[in-house]
Design a protein around this ligand. Structure first.
Ligand code: GDP
Length: 297
């Protein structure tokens, strides 16, 4: 992930750092190269524009150009803007303070990694937060989706709602709420159904499920390998359901980085977690500073 972007930026910055003095034109030339590198990494155009404008404006200030290490200063400005672009200094965790059961609703397209991420979060909540979780699959579309969650639940020793054949998502959500209360679960994870594409039926279902479960968190799971598509999917969901955050899966793959870098600006929602593998402990809190550090090497 980010390998190509990282190499390209590294080359630009090595050249900048290698110079004693920098002119305004040097900065503008470097920013032109950064712009191309970001676009090639599949970062959304408005996000690239904003980034380049912000960096250029700060970097051509006299204090930077007249400083002893202007190249170094420009790289620092880029780093700070990258952190901003990825969501800022804070690592955004889950809100778990609400009255139990705290409902976390997982949404996203089929194949994005939603069910896997649900199980990863169940495990993380149990092991790192000491929370008792119940997981329920509302996916009546994909054959065996409910069984898949039951199998993963067993693997991570987190309870899953027993499957009742033929029940519809809203009814499953209601039953899950009841069951979570009866079991005194701290957290209820609702793994909703995906679709191949965003469509009206999917959005209506998400709204109906949110209506009966009043989730504290609505997490959109998107596949970082799908680049700009991931961002478009996120935009569609943001318009329809009250998302509280995004989980980017397959960050272990060779995605060019566009999804990660555009997501915050396009959706206005924080990236809360990164999926980093198929194993059920392969999930990390998304830390903008660390990710920016990785990009800049
Ligand atoms: P769903 O249809 O959205 O519920 O997707 P699944 O949870 O079934 O995931 C689809 C596939 O992606 C499975 O083979 C998962 O093991 C895999 N997967 C999910 N998250 C990640 C991740 O972060 N990294 C990798 N490498 N694979 C993942």
């Amino acid at each position: 992930m980010f390998d190509n972007l990282s190499d390209r930026l590294g080359n630009v910055f090595d050249r900048l750092r290698g110079r004693g003095a920098l002119s305004e034109q040097d900065v503008r030339d470097a920013m032109r190269e950064v712009r191309v590198a970001l676009l090639e990494a599949d970062v959304a155009l408005p996000v690239v524009r904003r980034f380049i404008d912000a960096v250029t404006e700060k970097a051509i200030g006299t204090e930077v150009l007249k400083s002893v290490t202007p190249g170094q200063q420009v790289v620092k400005i880029v780093n700070d803007e990258l952190v901003e672009m990825l969501g800022g200094e804070e690592v955004e965790g889950l809100t778990l303070e609400a009255k139990p059961p705290v409902v976390i609703m997982m949404v996203g397209l089929q194949g994005s990694g939603k069910t896997t991420t649900t199980a990863k979060l169940g495990k993380l909540l149990k092991e790192r937060h000491g929370k008792k979780a119940l997981m329920a699959s509302l996916d009546v579309n994909r054959p065996a989706a409910q069984e898949q969650l039951a199998v993963l639940g067993e693997q991570v020793s987190v309870a899953t709602l027993p499957i009742v054949a033929g029940q519809q998502p809203v009814d499953i959500a209601r039953r899950a709420m009841e069951s979570a209360k009866l079991q005194s679960a701290d957290v209820l994870l609702l793994d909703t159904a995906g679709r191949l594409h965003v469509d009206e039926a999917l959005m209506a279902e998400m709204k109906a499920v949110a209506g009966v479960s009043t989730p504290t968190e609505v997490l959109l799971v998107v596949d970082s390998l799908t680049g700009q598509d991931a961002v478009n999917v996120a935009r569609s969901f943001t318009e329809e359901v009250p998302l509280t955050g995004v989980v980017l899966t397959r960050m272990d793959g060779d995605a060019r980085g566009g999804a990660a870098l555009s997501m915050r600006h396009v959706t206005g929602k924080p990236i809360k977690f990164a999926g980093t593998g198929e194993k059920l402990d392969a999930i990390e809190a998304f830390d903008p500073k660390r990710v920016a550090g990785r990009i800049l090497g």
